[in-house]
Ligand binder design. Structure first.
Ligand code: ADP
Ligand code: MG
Length: 240
């Protein structure tokens, strides 16, 4: 479970990236965070992964209070989160198999179990036949599938993807979204930031829209506004 309560984030530069954001995401949900470039999407993700801390307000991820948690627990938090990025971030000198395995090595997964897990997640993303290929021998869509396999290898409760289709053509983007949807159907919470509103409209999922650091929409695709705006005055900017 993820909870944001009246979260503000002001960077040292003075930039107000988030200006009072409240929402809750339950285990097993599939949620899009949408908004224009610069609206605060990546900042929101970085508060979940604790790459950043809130300037004000409260962020809870699973049982971890992001502001107050001990630094020693950050790796424990991160182990529960699989991360996917726009630019894939694969290691070019390692094979597909080694790239995926590396994420398990870092957390000390026993080699035998790790080999099995890598094979499983490469099957999920349909790339077992490319296990020995190098990343640069793959298409963009295939590289992103490797990155998704890498995000899954430690069996995280949560996958966060920041503009995962930003470098991909529309058709490949659809298949990447379908893959993330399939992973979600198996119980993993999935949060995806994107500015591709066409793709989001077709998927009929919960959408949280941010504009200039404030939530301006939080609704299920059915049109039924399950959690439209929080009770907190601070986050209700323009809600009514
Ligand atoms: P998005 O992902 O929606 O494009 P960001 O969260 O990256 O938005 O950025 C929100 C605002 O915060 C922007 O004005 C951006 O310039 C600013 N910002 C983001 N990261 C930093 C940073 N590390 N230092 C200073 N300002 C930042
Ligand atoms: Mg961003």
């Amino acid at each position: 479970m993820i909870r944001f309560e009246n979260v503000h984030k002001t960077y040292k530069s003075g930039s107000d990236a988030l200006r009072g954001v409240s929402f809750k995401i339950d285990d097993g949900e599939f949620v899009f965070i949408i908004g224009k470039s610069g609206s605060g999407k990546s900042t929101l993700i970085k508060l979940i992964t604790r790459e950043e801390k809130p300037s004000r307000g409260y962020v809870l991820v699973d049982r971890f209070p992001i502001s107050k948690m001990q630094a020693a627990l950050v790796p424990v938090l991160r182990r529960q989160i699989g991360m996917v990025f726009q630019d894939f971030r694969l290691i070019e000198s390692k094979t597909v198999f080694e790239n995926v395995a590396f994420a398990g090595e870092i957390v000390g997964m026993p080699p035998k179990q790790l080999t099995q897990m890598v094979e499983i997640v490469l099957s999920v993303v349909d790339l077992r036949h490319k296990a020995n290929a190098m990343p640069l021998e793959l298409s963009g869509g295939e590289q992103q599938r490797v990155a998704i396999a890498r995000a899954m290898v430690n069996e995280p409760k949560l996958i966060v993807a920041d503009e995962p289709t930003g470098n991909l053509d529309p058709q490949t983007s659809e298949s990447i979204m379908a893959l993330l949807e399939e992973i979600n159907r198996n119980g993993t919470t999935v949060i995806i930031c994107t500015h591709d509103s066409n793709l989001v409209d077709r998927m009929k999922k919960r959408v949280i829209e941010i504009d200039n650091g404030l939530i301006v929409r939080d609704e299920l695709a059915s049109g039924y506004c399950a959690r439209k705006f929080s009770e907190s005055d601070d986050s209700a900017g323009g809600a009514k």
